[in-house]
Design a protein around this ligand. Structure first.
Ligand SMILES: Cc1cc2nc3c(=O)[nH]c(=O)nc-3n(C[C@H](O)[C@H](O)[C@H](O)COP(=O)(O)O)c2cc1C
Length: 416
């Protein structure tokens, strides 16, 4: 049986957005009502959001809505009194530009290099990376002219997020043209802000997350409390840095991050097989899963009945995934293991670093408050091969821990 992750959304990471200025362009499409929520998400994640609306956009949503959500003035006219240099100043201040929705008309103007309103003028004047999020009726999107504009805009270096398939505005049925959800756009803006200059850009990163399940009979299993929060935070952070990320995951309590290729597994041996298959193409492996160490020696084909007496289940040891897949590693691949220890913590971590030929080992101290399973924070110590002193990090969110780990993965990659 394959399990699909729940849609529970965790708080966005602060790192890509804090103290960054995002120019949020809004064109005159019906999806602009969803852009209000995007403005809110960006502000909440710590970005300073400068909203620029086309005249048509103000027909759909009031500028005051965006002003209230961002706490900043909203810009609409190229020729508004006292705002003569807005397009240059806004364009220069932006760390990233996102236009959502990008209407068919806006795409045509941008593709032609026009600068006949504030938003198109900003687009020409900026040197920041730009993400366009087209949204329109499915026939408008499928039109050869719109498709040609999309191709041309990509050639010019703009990123385009393809519209989703689904229900279109009232009475228009369903088809490709829908604006992706604001949470998805937020993740892409995070990538826009982070992937330039990262040693992980274009690299293949394999991450494992969550628990595994070992069947006892058709309705029962052995498992553990791993939620997948740490592994999914690492997968999301690696994708933001421009990596192609594959997440091999047992049943998770959290959502699969945007942009990540998800390979669901159940048992430890399924996880091992998936990793063996993916490793030869991976530049880095981060083993954040908590695979079960043991499985029932026999899986009963039918549900075990109550007998009225005590019973025991014989267990067999599962393969050690890191050790057993070692020969499948690509030359020069960076390998990160996790360890959760309760005693002889430091000595055990060092032993694992050598025995399993790891570059980094991330030690979760199970005795620490705020660390471990099913919480949003973690306190870890990182051991790096070739360095004497382990680094003991303070209590951080799992997003922050993910970034700390990937900073060190990047340093190892740069040194190879
Ligand atoms: C009710 C209504 C909904 C519209 N929705 C869209 C839309 O979703 N996408 C789109 O490309 N154009 C849509 N349009 C057409 C644009 O508003 C029109 O092309 C406008 O000139 C776009 O201007 P702008 O690109 O400067 O914002 C809609 C028009 C109306 C009246």
């Amino acid at each position: 049986m394959r399990l699909v992750a729940s849609t529970r959304v965790t708080e966005p990471p602060l790192r890509p957005f804090a103290t960054r200025r995002v120019l949020l362009g809004v064109a005159g499409g019906i999806a602009s009502y969803k852009t209000a929520w995007l403005a809110r998400l960006l502000s909440k994640a710590g970005a300073e959001v400068d909203v620029v609306m086309t005249r048509a956009a103000t027909e759909f949503v009031g500028a005051v809505t965006f002003e209230a959500l961002t706490g900043r003035p909203v810009h609409t006219g190229l020729f508004d009194p006292g705002r003569a240099l807005d397009h240059i100043q806004l364009a220069r201040a932006a760390h990233a530009v996102v236009v959502a929705p990008a209407t068919a008309d806006f795409m045509a103007r941008a593709a032609a290099g026009q600068a006949d309103d504030l938003l198109t003028a900003c687009l020409l004047a900026t040197q920041a990376p730009v993400l366009l999020v087209p949204a329109m009726n499915d026939r408008m999107w499928a039109h050869k002219q719109t498709q040609a504009n999309a191709v041309h805009l990509r050639q010019l270096g703009y990123r385009l997020l393809d519209p989703d398939e689904g229900m279109l505005a009232a009475g228009e049925g369903s088809g490709p043209g829908r604006m992706p959800e604001p949470e998805t756009i937020l993740a892409h803006v995070g990538r826009l802000l982070e992937d330039r200059g990262s040693a992980l850009a274009g690299r293949h990163v394999l991450v494992t997350a969550g628990p595994t399940r070992e069947a006892i009979d058709p309705v029962r299993f052995l498992s553990n409390h791993s939620s997948g929060r740490m592994g999914t935070a690492i997968a999301a952070a690696a994708w933001r840095r421009g990596a192609e990320v594959t997440l091999v995951a047992g049943p998770l309590a959290v959502a699969i991050p945007v942009g990540v290729r998800h390979l669901p597994v159940e048992s430890t041996s399924e996880m091992q097989a998936a990793i063996e298959r993916e490793l030869p193409a991976s530049d880095a492996l981060v083993m954040a899963a908590a695979p079960a160490d043991y499985r029932p020696a026999d899986v009963s084909a039918s549900k075990l009945k109550k007998t009225g007496a005590a019973r025991s289940i014989a267990l067999t040891e599962n393969p050690d995934i890191l050790a057993s897949t070692r020969s499948a590693r690509r030359n020069g691949a960076v390998v990160v293991g996790f360890a959760l220890e309760t005693d002889d913590v430091v000595a055990n971590a060092r032993r694992k670093l050598d025995a399993k030929a790891l570059d980094l080992i991330v030690l979760n101290d199970a005795n620490e408050a705020g660390a471990g399973f099913a919480v949003d924070t973690n306190r870890v110590t990182i051991f790096t091969r070739g360095t004497d002193e382990p680094e003991r990090l303070p209590l951080l969110t799992k997003h922050e821990v993910a970034d700390a780990i990937l900073d060190r993965v990047e340093a190892v990659l740069r040194g190879r």
